[in-house]
Design a protein around this ligand. Structure first.
Ligand code: UD1
Length: 416
């Protein structure tokens, strides 16, 4: 079983470039199904999750060709199936993003319950409900769902809960529906207006993406074109905390600081010294003080940055209350931080208190999920001694070439 071996407590230096946004890549690829024309995607991160999505689409009959590094040509005109391969759906929760575009273009799609990160129950009820509001019929057969609609019909949809992928899925499906769709209580993550921009440049009529009310006027058909993915704000935020936890001066290049305002607010409160440019952020060694965070849908503090922030707070002076409100199982990795020497008390499955600073020591760890796995790398790079991290598949799912990129900063990390 492959693992990372990390020798910590070393200062880093230099520059690290942020990749294209994973959480946009996993929507732009399915969006290509909405048109019979080919599209060219630039800045596509070459990560396991994207690979799984490519496999799922290829299995349906799409052709996806790498033109250059991070540049892919997508052709979906030969799609000849409407059943998503169950093994692939189980490996990648985001494969649910294929359902909206498939339903809109082919009038039918069948899927098994998706898999993904082990961070709580992660139901799919809101997707199924949303598609039914758009006029689809649902046939349930054990663990399989088939959705059918000769032509989707625009509708007013009020989401009872803010969900990123539900918002995006319904937005995509509604582009080809008959009439107007209004999505209320929509998610506002920056990847949503970016996806809307791609769809609009191909003929869709979407307004309000990036606000809680999105309006979509259905059109007969969509074209396809070239698109550049925005940088991954979660990766950028994680690298900022990497610089801070190792007391290093590093420059995070190719990022969009305006997508990280809530993290930057919390880091500023914690006393972090940062230089923030238009498309870069530079970290400086900073004495930190304990700071509370509460995760919230965008523009609140991102749940995907909760784990690295918690790790950072183990090195801050005083108490930090970390309140995870989005997912119910996303704090259990703190057990591993305690094994490394942290002093973290779990109040309940949604809240932990970190008492810092405490030195961290290298241990043998297993990555529980994508984001917590990356946070363990940060802890290991700050810790004295050697850490091994197993189950690194979970980390490679979301971070491109992470080992060489960290090595380029001077980190002592290798994969064996
Ligand atoms: C997306 C991101 C993920 C991020 C999360 C929250 C992608 C591929 N993933 O995940 O990185 O952590 O947003 O910012 O973009 N829910 C339901 N029923 C549903 C769907 C969701 O109850 O049918 C609940 C979830 O259990 C969760 C909440 O809604 O409690 C928000 O989840 P959601 O925004 O849907 O997360 P994802 O879209 O899966």
């Amino acid at each position: 079983m492959e693992k990372y071996i990390i020798n910590g407590a070393k200062k880093l230096s230099g520059e690290i470039k942020v990749s294209g946004a994973k959480n946009l890549a996993l929507k732009i690829l399915p969006a290509a199904i909405l048109s019979e024309q080919d599209c060219l995607i630039n800045n596509l991160p070459e990560i396991e999750d994207v690979q799984r999505m490519v496999e799922a689409m290829t299995d349906l009959g799409a052709k996806i060709e790498q033109k250059e590094k991070n540049q892919y040509l997508i052709s979906t005109k030969d799609i000849n199936k409407t059943v998503l391969k169950p093994e692939l759906v189980k490996k990648l929760r985001a494969s649910i993003m294929l359902t909206g575009p498939m339903l809109a273009r082919f009038g039918e799609v069948t899927l098994a319950h998706p898999g993904g990160c082990v961070i709580g129950q992660r139901p799919i009820d809101l997707f199924l409900e949303g598609f039914q509001k758009l006029g689809a019929q649902m046939i349930e057969n054990g663990q399989t769902y088939t959705l059918k609609a000769t032509k989707l019909k625009g509708a007013k949809i009020i989401l009872p809960k803010i969900s990123v992928t539900v918002t995006e899925n319904l937005m995509m499906a509604a582009t080809l529906a008959q009439g107007t769709t209004i999505i209320k209580n929509a998610a506002m993550e920056p990847e949503i207006p970016a996806l809307a921009q791609y769809l609009n440049q191909n003929g869709a009529k979407i307004t309000g993406a990036g606000t809680p009310i999105i309006n979509i006027e259905g059109v007969e058909k969509l074209n396809a074109s070239e698109f550049n993915l925005i940088p991954d704000r979660i990766e950028a935020g994680t690298f900022i905390m990497l610089g801070l936890i190792t007391n290093s001066q590093i420059t995070i290049k190719n990022c969009q600081p305006e997508h990280l305002e809530n993290l930057l607010y919390s880091l500023n409160k914690a006393g972090a010294k940062l230089e923030i440019g238009n498309n870069y952020i530079k970290t400086f060694p900073s004495p930190l003080k304990g700071t509370n965070i509460i995760t919230h849908e965008y523009p609140g503090f991102p749940t995907d940055l909760q784990a690295p922030f918690t790790v950072l707070m183990t090195q801050a002076q005083g108490l930090s209350l970390i309140h995870e409100t989005i997912f119910e199982g996303r704090l259990f990795y703190t057990d591993m931080l305690n094994q490394m020497g942290a002093n973290i008390i779990m109040c309940d499955p949604h809240r932990v208190v970190v008492m810092g600073p405490t030195p961290l020591y290298g241990r043998n760890l297993v990555s529980p999920d994508l984001r917590a796995g990356m946070a363990l790398i940060l802890a290991a790079l700050a810790a004295k001694g050697t850490t091994s991290i197993e189950n690194i598949y979970q980390i490679n799912r979301g971070y491109e070439n992470i080992v060489p990129r960290l090595q380029a900063l001077g980190a002592d990390i290798k994969q064996i």
